[in-house]
Design a protein around this ligand. Structure first.
Ligand SMILES: [Zn+2]
Ligand SMILES: [Zn+2]
Length: 335
């Protein structure tokens, strides 16, 4: 039965709005021109297109100058949030990687890199001083990317153009379960296999911070009221990533998650021997410290967790792209 319909009031939805790309909260930012969904400016620059299913809206058009990418750790957070169904970057999109080993940075290079980012020469100098290949800008179109790379090189900056689809895709790894340093063999869960040759080995320190609520006994004794308190736990673990020339995903070696064969008395010693075996005859990049402290990232996430593994995986991916192109260390794998 149809009675009197009460007047309808439309109210703004309460609660946080989230960005469709990284799923984090959003306060403002550019809208998709086609469907009006909002994004973080950095997410719009990174992906260049709307994430809404069926919407082809272009975001943060890169043009000839390029769209500046967030620094490695913040970029890794965004890639770690990608889901299997998310659309890939446009096929003509390119990313400029700055290469390490720049030595004395010419003022012109710092200015050119700063300008590509829409920032100051000081920021350009920071990026050029990185000891890792670092994603700099996304550019739409191979010609525009080559033009920008040419201008940066003319100013004295070393850089490399890679397809955006090779870099801006979900982060993944095959985790090893067991290793035998004497035979340079690893079990990745699908059986034992020799380490690839030639190979790139990337080593670093994974830091994980977890926060949980705990009732403080001291406070309870004081006034009999149980008050939960946030307690942080920090774990660090050495990791190594091994990549053959044509590998899409690295083999991930985690010291604390590996059975390592050998007579050495401690897990630490066996890990050392495994690293020696992996690096033997390989090209090697060491991430100088925990990737997060090196490469500014967002603070600890809403679930109170922080894990450097995404940043380490992305650093390894960028290094692998440079290595494959013969632009990093000895060009063993250059075609
Ligand atoms: Zn976002
Ligand atoms: Zn859209």
């Amino acid at each position: 039965m149809l009675g009197r319909v009460p007047p309808l009031h439309l109210v703004a939805r309460d609660g946080p709005v989230t960005c469709p790309w990284c799923r984090d909260e959003l306060a403002g930012g550019p809208r998709c021109p086609a469907c009006a969904v909002r994004y973080h400016a950095e997410c719009a620059a990174t992906f260049g297109r709307c994430a809404t299913l069926g919407c082809a809206g272009a975001l943060g058009a890169a043009g000839a100058r390029g769209a500046p990418l967030p620094r490695l750790a913040a970029l890794a957070d965004r890639l770690a949030a990608l889901r299997p169904g998310d659309p890939p970057p446009p096929t003509d999109a390119r990313v400029l990687l700055l290469l390490p080993g720049q030595g004395e940075v010419p003022a012109a290079a710092a200015a050119a890199v700063g300008e590509a980012l829409g920032l100051t020469p000081w920021e350009g100098r920071q990026r050029l001083g990185s000891s890792l290949p670092e994603p700099l800008v996304r550019v739409d179109g191979a010609d525009a990317a080559a033009g920008l790379a040419g201008r940066l090189r003319a100013a004295g900056a070393r850089c490399l153009v890679v397809p955006a689809a090779a870099l801006l895709r979900p982060l993944e790894a095959r985790q090893a379960h067991a290793a035998d340093p004497a035979a340079a063999r690893v079990d990745d869960g699908r059986g034992w296999g020799a380490l690839p040759d030639p190979r790139l080995v990337v080593t670093g320190l994974r830091v994980e911070v977890t926060t949980r609520e705990e009732v403080s006994p001291a406070l309870e004794e004081l006034d009999g009221v149980a008050r939960p308190r946030a307690v942080q736990r920090r774990t660090t673990e050495p990791v190594a990533l091994v990549l053959g020339r044509d590998d899409d995903a690295p083999l991930l070696l985690r010291r604390d998650a590996l059975r390592i064969a050998g007579d050495e008395p401690t897990a630490h010693a066996r890990w050392g021997r495994l690293l020696d075996a992996a690096r033997e005859g390989a090209d090697h990049v060491h991430l100088p410290t925990s990737a997060s402290s090196l490469l500014s990232r967002r603070s600890i996430g809403p679930r109170g967790a922080r894990d450097d593994l995404p940043a380490i995986l992305l650093a390894a991916r960028a290094a692998h792209l440079a290595w494959r192109a013969g632009a990093l260390g000895a060009p063993k794998a250059a075609s």
